[in-house]
Write a protein that binds this ligand. Structure first.
Ligand SMILES: Cc1cc2nc3c(=O)[nH]c(=O)nc-3n(C[C@H](O)[C@H](O)[C@H](O)COP(=O)(O)OP(=O)(O)OC[C@H]3O[C@@H](n4cnc5c(N)ncnc54)[C@H](O)[C@@H]3O)c2cc1C
Length: 359
């Protein structure tokens, strides 16, 4: 790192939130320093399933559903190598797909799930061994490769002049007269007008060092990779037994809930059950083999709403954390970046401020 530089913005953490914020801020002409204690995508983001699931946003974040689609489409247009495919998503057996959703003919929006027939299911996913009579289909469901997406955002941010430092932990905040003026790292102090903690669960440690706290909870989930001989799925298939998608010609991935660490329900046991389920549900899938199973720790705000914006304890200090982060990050990053530059608080983020936990 250049010892003499000071920045408009220091971002701590190169997960999907930090990388997205670095991209939008550098694109807008900010002098950005992104600091990552390990390598980019080494936290929850690198273990994500990769589902851009805007149609599942509910409650106060539902307002972002269309922006999520639009922002990802813009990233696709701006960054030719950005990994994103609008694959669509098929759900059955886990929701009331036979009612409560409009019929296909009534659908006006790609975000709105529609009920489709068995023939339509077969046309979308010909390798399903037992297609249900009806399923819920959402056209505007996207698939991204999280690590590649983060790398793409970081390279683009660098192209706009951002500095990116990896393998360098931020140890503490630098505070002067009630203002965070930068960070202390293992490579020395770095200074900026604004500092954003986008460090996932690492945000908690940094806040704790300065007597602050936010209720962000670690929540485990399991990502499983399978070796496959060819493409089995065209989009995302989600049902009572599996949530799976293709991840390249030789890889199928599945996400599963974490139960516990026992022999019966631990990640390895769940992975084997997922393998059985997938073999049973896909035609010609007997040769599918388990490649890897990993547990990722999701940072989830206690009220499940994003935490975005200034900490009231110190000037110049901001937080960015949300779940599902891969879905929300570009939209939240774009809004936060604009706020930091214009210094005008956007009403779109007003329900998601850290201060709501300090009343
Ligand atoms: C199995 C699984 C499947 C998922 N599937 C989906 C999905 O399909 N769609 C979706 O939208 N979401 C999904 N999620 C959730 C999503 O992964 C998270 O919401 C998101 O990745 C959180 O991103 P983040 O940038 O906040 O945190 P992280 O990705 O954890 O990034 C934080 C970064 O900060 C770094 N860091 C920490 N402390 C410091 C420090 N002191 N100094 C410097 N750097 C530091 C870490 O090394 C890390 O790289 C899934 C999660 C899991 C585990």
């Amino acid at each position: 790192m250049n010892q003499d530089d000071s920045y408009d913005l220091i971002i701590v953490g190169a997960g999907i939130h930090g990388a997205s914020l670095a991209y939008y801020s550098a694109q807008a002409g900010q002098r950005v320093l992104l600091i990552e204690e390990s390598r980019p995508a080494s936290g929850a983001s690198g273990h994500a399933f990769g589902w851009i699931n805007a149609s599942a946003l509910s409650g106060p974040v539902q307002q972002f559903a269309q922006s999520v689609i639009d922002d990802y489409r813009h990233l696709q247009a701006e960054l030719p190598s950005f990994p994103l495919r609008w694959s669509g998503e098929l759900t059955y057996g886990v929701c009331p797909e036979n009612h409560e959703v409009p019929e296909a003919g009534l659908n006006l929006s790609a975000l709105q799930p529609v009920t489709i027939s068995q023939d339509e299911i077969r046309a979308l996913e010909p390798n399903l061994a037992h297609p249900p009579s009806r399923a819920r289909y959402t056209r505007a469901a996207g698939i991204t490769a999280p690590s590649e997406a983060i790398e793409c955002l970081i390279q683009a941010a660098k192209g706009f002049g951002a500095s990116v430092v990896c393998d360098c932990a931020v140890n503490a905040l630098l505070v002067e007269n009630g203002q965070v003026v930068g960070v202390s790292t293992q490579a020395g102090n770095r200074y900026a007008s604004n500092t954003v903690l986008a460090a996932g669960l690492g945000t908690l440690d940094l806040l704790a060092r300065h007597g602050m706290h936010l209720p962000i909870r670690p929540s485990p989930a399991i990502l499983i990779q399978f070796d496959v001989a060819h493409d089995f799925l065209n989009g995302i298939v989600s049902n009572a037994e599996m949530e799976a998608r293709q991840a390249g010609a030789r890889t199928l991935i599945a996400a599963e809930d974490y139960i516990d660490d026992t022999q019966e329900n631990g990640p390895s046991a769940i992975a084997l059950r997922a393998l059985d389920a997938i073999r049973g549900q896909l035609n010609g899938a007997h040769s599918i083999a388990l490649r890897s199973v990993a547990v990722g720790w999701r940072p989830i705000p206690a009220d499940r709403l994003p935490i975005v914006g200034p900490m009231s304890e110190y000037g110049g200090l901001h937080i960015m954390s949300a779940h599902p982060g891969l879905t929300l990050a570009p939209t939240l990053a774009r809004l936060l970046s604009q706020e930091l530059i214009t210094r005008i608080a956007t009403p779109l983020l007003s329900q998601f401020r850290p201060a709501r936990f300090h009343v």
